[in-house]
Ligand binder design. Structure first.
Ligand code: FHN
Length: 473
């Protein structure tokens, strides 16, 4: 049964994020009090660009990850089957045909590194409860004997992926879904499953909820102890939290985050914990989804976004143009954020060729302009027209000119009104040797670009001017 839900898969990425956005920015950010976490968070903010992958048996159908087995009457939960029960059985049987024979995590890691990405977030388990790691706590996993891939020496794909990306110098993040729609301790078979939430009141059946908490803590402990150094625990499923009465939260679904974080950090000291969309001291950074905040945020943050229209593999997906992806990266970084860009690997275990091409082109840009991105921090006014600003650790300022739709040549003059240059300072264009002529004007600074450089720019899509010292008066 091949299910293709392209229109809804594309629809998912926006609508799913809307409830999170509102709640996320309602609550005050609480910084971590652990000095090692603070240090790691500061270093993470230098990395700027991460690679996310949603991968699981659902990839075989080219459908939205997990959501088609949720009964909510919303576009992203549609399935093209009349009978939910039959559909869910078929969905769960995908485990028995998942066999990504072309799985080659080293090539993924190399492609991501060449794209200029510095950290990874991989779906070790999504809401459907299928574990992409060798857990001992359920047989709904990739290493189970009923999953054809279990015979592969690298059937524990989480281990193989983490090892391959670490070998390329990446920091490693485990995406883990707190809700688990396969666990009888979350979706109790005794009751129907009307929506994404636990389908019984945990306060009325505490013994069952405790078993679920044990299961979740146990799986997280497996990920924290059997998979080498883990830098980020990226917890999804924000509706699992102890705050009943909010939209989508009929009951108190307290998963004991203090206990979970303490346990995780006992194995992974300094671990960055991202209890997404919950707020509180275990959301060490915020994760606006499929959108870029319109101004800098006063705390560490990361935009997570699909390169195409879907988190999971969609054979007919349309990927954002390279220019748009580079402009998104620059816009996000100029506001102090990181960009976590997602691609869904195919059921055969390959990254889609178009996605690889986008990554290659972004990498070419990063090779010339990375200095204006990595390790920088925001500098007012952050953006002026189509020019974004970043500031390096030596105080230098980068003015990154985002090329217009058809613009392939650099303008002969770049006029910045936000500030002037310090007398005698050096101004250059990344990727081109030598200094540029410039002058301070009544209203700011004018940089002159020689004709040869303007017509033969060092990179496509955006150009970074380095101003060694601005006039701070
Ligand atoms: O429900 C998930 C969704 O499937 C996807 O994993 C995204 C990725 O950030 N997170 C949740 C929606 O916010």
């Amino acid at each position: 049964m091949k299910k293709i839900l392209f229109p809804f898969g594309l629809f998912l990425t926006f609508l799913l994020s809307v409830p999170l956005a509102a709640q996320e920015e309602e609550t005050a950010y609480i910084p971590p009090d652990d000095p090692l976490v603070q240090k790691n968070l500061e270093e993470w903010q230098d990395l700027k660009f991460g690679f996310m992958m949603h991968w699981g048996p659902y990839s075989q159908w080219g459908i939205v990850e997990s959501w088609s087995i949720c009964s909510e009457d919303v576009p992203w939960c549609r399935r093209n089957a009349e009978d939910y029960t039959e559909y869910k059985k078929a969905y769960e049987m995908l485990k028995t045909t998942f066999n990504p024979g072309l799985f080659d995590p080293e090539s993924w890691a190399k492609a991501a590194k060449d794209a200029g990405m510095k950290y990874l977030v991989f779906t070790t388990k999504h809401h459907d409860g299928f574990s992409m790691f060798d857990t001992k706590l359920t047989d709904y996993k990739i290493t189970d004997e009923h999953c054809p891939f279990h015979k592969n020496p690298r059937a524990d794909v989480t281990k193989a992926i983490f090892d391959a990306f670490r070998a390329e110098g990446f920091k490693v993040g485990a995406y883990f879904s707190k809700p688990d729609w396969h666990s009888p301790y979350y979706w109790w078979p005794y009751f129907a499953t009307p929506d994404r939430n636990v389908n019984y009141n945990p306060e009325k059946y505490p013994e069952r909820w405790n078993k679920f908490k044990e299961f979740v803590h146990g799986q997280v402990e497996e990920l924290m102890t059997n998979y080498g150094d883990v830098d980020i625990l990226w917890l999804d499923g924000g509706w699992v939290q102890p705050r009943p009465g909010i939209k989508h939260l009929p009951w108190n679904q307290d998963i004991d985050m203090p206990g979970l974080a303490a346990m995780a950090r006992s194995h992974q000291p300094g671990l960055i914990v991202v209890d997404r969309a919950v707020g509180g001291k275990y959301e060490n950074y915020r994760t606006p989804e499929q959108r870029v905040p319109d101004k800098p945020l006063p705390y560490p943050w990361e935009t997570c976004m699909t390169m195409g229209g879907s988190w999971s593999y969609n054979p007919l997906d349309h990927y954002k143009p390279t220019r748009q992806l580079i402009h998104l990266l620059v816009d996000i970084v100029s506001k102090g954020g990181n960009f976590l860009l997602n691609v869904g690997p195919s059921p055969q275990g390959e990254l889609p060729p178009v996605a690889l091409q986008r990554m290659k082109e972004i990498g070419a840009w990063m090779k010339v302009n990375g200095q204006a991105i990595y390790g920088t921090r925001p500098v007012a006014p952050y953006k002026e027209g189509n020019i974004c600003f970043t500031r390096g650790k030596s105080g230098e300022v980068y003015a990154i000119y985002l090329a217009g739709e058809e613009e392939t040549k650099i303008p002969g003059q770049i006029h910045i009104r936000a500030f002037r240059a310090a007398p005698g300072t050096r101004i250059s264009l990344l990727g081109v040797n030598g200094n540029l002529k410039w002058k301070n004007a009544e209203d700011g600074l004018v940089i002159y670009v020689p004709a040869k450089t303007a017509t033969h720019p060092p990179a496509a899509h955006a150009w970074s001017f380095r101003i060694d010292k601005i006039d701070e008066r």
